[in-house]
Design a protein around this ligand. Sequence first.
Ligand code: CTP
Length: 439
Amino acid sequence: RAHTRNLRRLMDERLPEHVVTLLRDIGDLGDELGYAVYVVGGFVRDLILRAEENLDVDVVIEGDGIRFAKALSKRWGARVRIHRKFCTAVVIFPDGFKIDVATARTEHYEYPAAMPIITLGSIRLDLLRRDFTVNALAIRLNRRSFGKVYDYFGGQRDLKEKIIRVLHSLSFVEDPTRAFRAIRFEQRFHFRIDSFTLNLIKNAVKKGFISKLSGKRVFNELYIIFSEPNQIGVLERMAELRVLQAVNPNLPPIDEMRRLFRNIRGVMAWYELLYREEPVEEWILYFLGFIDKLHDQQAKEFCEYLKITNHVMQKVQAARNGYKLIERPLYEKLPDLQNSDIYHVFHHLPIETILFWMAKTRQEFVKKAVSTYLSKLRDVKPEISGNDLIALGLRPGPLFQKLLVQVLDARLNGEVATKDQELELVKRLVLTVESPGKS
Ligand code: CTP
């Protein structure tokens, strides 16, 4: 039976040694405390799929998960963060590695109409509460059965047949965000959603479960979608199943997003090749592409619904104002656009705003300006500083800033190239500033 499959070898092959060591130790601790312990969920799925390394270790304990987490952290000199209400904990190791520890549980009603209280439950019930068969696999960690697969719902078969399938018909009622997850996994792994599950998704849309989701939860799903490759594939499928229309009926057909998404991908590939070291919140670019065709008022309301943070909102607003902040000021300087003009247009803008506008614009001069700015101008600085001005006998004041900007501009435009030339320039500038005042 599939039940008796053992993944010990696969684990040794695929996982870093320190992770295997840790998993074995978790099993041993389970033995000491008399608990059955398992690693579950996406970790197991990705191991069996031999997918990209996934070290999100979710451990489930048949026993007191909090007691287990405390004991584990003691053994390893790790910190532990406890969520008593959910009987879960996060163990944070000295090197920053984290694992989630949960108590196998089921909602259990002591008396009719009583509040559900959490009781110790079996791994099977814990797995039954999960989203899809492929995410409902567990691997036992206790020493005697280390590596043994627990597959109650046909997860291994569905992994082999590449199917996303719910465990029961109420799955999307329990948690409508699973509709997003189903589509995301389908696109990520090139699986297909089985027809029963597909109908449940359509039904969840029809019944309004998706449109009633809180913006925060929807945002969380969108954030993950835009952080993964093949965003457009996911959006297409969401549109096909009308999940997208349930999220926001004002969004345009996917065809109208496609050009922009392709350009964003191109711009990012270009940017990463050249400037990989600076971090970019890439998902913001795709989010911008997603809401690009909304009117300002619609975009504003949508962002408010999603509870977008101020930090992100600033980047979004700047990008949506790209015409006014980037395109027009550059245009007005044509035909002899100088490097210093380019610099001053871009240097106070977030990198996401600049890259988004490079993807969106149809104007060659804008694309060229972005390219010049990012490749040549962004890090240009004068060699002299305020101290050099003091050494020239100038008194610190508002004039300093003006002089330094003029030196910077001269540098950007190739008019000065050395510190001496900068000092010469300052002297000339001071003369022209001072002499009219004296006469
Ligand atoms: N899960 C669930 N229902 C949800 C979210 C999560 O049943 N709405 C369960 C699944 O068993 C999942 C596990 O919780 O495998 C962990 O969730 P999460 O870390 O969000 O997902 P992963 O499956 O690990 O996927 P990813 O690779 O995208 O992180």
